[in-house]
Design a binder for this molecule. Structure first.
Ligand SMILES: CC(C)(COP(=O)(O)OP(=O)(O)OC[C@H]1O[C@@H](n2cnc3c(N)ncnc32)[C@H](O)[C@@H]1OP(=O)(O)O)[C@@H](O)C(=O)NCCC(=O)NCCS
Length: 187
């Protein structure tokens, strides 16, 4: 499917543009944002290549990867990056990952981003399963999960799942990691 375009109250999930490299570099080039991810901070050249490769992959048919920008509805600035990658081993399933610009953390944008990605996966792409992985440091405490539920709960199709799972790698160097915990606890 092309193009993906979804809005939440504050955010827009959309296709990547060539001009997004600078915004993505503010995330992938930042040591805080990549601290718990499977790769070291990227150089600007790396990020240019990721954006170019993502734009190329968006035009493939069938499309296997949805590398998407998350922008602010108000000023249009890129604040995040989300990725859905169709799972070649499971029909209608995908892995997903996301990262936001560190200076935006703590304002609920992460939750809003996950909801946008899941809504796009289930409603735009008609997938049956989306899964991801978090490093143990990201595991939400029960009180976090409870507060999340009181704010409206997860997407209707989101289900907590546990057990070892292969995590997402960087688009340039897919390096699956086996991790515990499910991203669905963030929703
Ligand atoms: C993970 C990330 C998207 C969270 O973004 P955010 O905008 O701060 O998230 P929210 O404001 O929606 O907060 C989500 C909740 O998760 C909690 N949380 C956020 N990061 C956490 C962490 N590392 N460990 C435990 N809880 C965490 C927050 O406390 C918040 O709960 P609360 O409101 O009850 O206190 C952001 O920190 C990020 O981009 N990290 C780097 C990339 C990454 O690790 N991505 C996930 C793996 S693919």
């Amino acid at each position: 499917m092309y193009p993906i375009s979804r809005h939440s109250p504050r955010l827009h999930l959309r296709e990547l543009h060539p001009g997004d490299a600078e915004g993505l570099f503010a995330i992938y080039g930042d040591a805080r944002a990549t601290e718990h991810m499977s790769f070291d901070p990227r150089t600007r050249d790396d990020v240019d290549a990721i954006v170019a490769r993502s734009i190329t992959s968006a035009a493939l048919d069938p499309r296997q990867e949805y590398a998407l920008a998350v922008t602010d509805n108000g000023d249009g600035r890129l604040i995040g990056f989300g990725r859905l990658a169709l799972d070649p081993h499971q029909p209608r399933a995908a892995t997903f990952g996301f990262a936001l610009r560190p200076d935006t953390w703590g304002n609920g944008y992460g939750t809003e981003t996950v909801r946008l990605l899941l809504a796009s996966a289930f409603e735009d792409l008609g997938l049956h399963r989306v899964w991801g992985a978090l490093p143990a440091e990201h595991r939400l405490r029960p009180d976090h999960a409870t507060r999340r539920a009181h704010r409206g709960g997860p997407h209707p199709r989101a289900r907590p799942s546990r057990g070892p799972m292969a995590g997402l790698g960087d688009p340039l160097h897919p390096r699956p990691r086996v991790l515990r915990n499910s991203i669905s606890e963030l929703t």
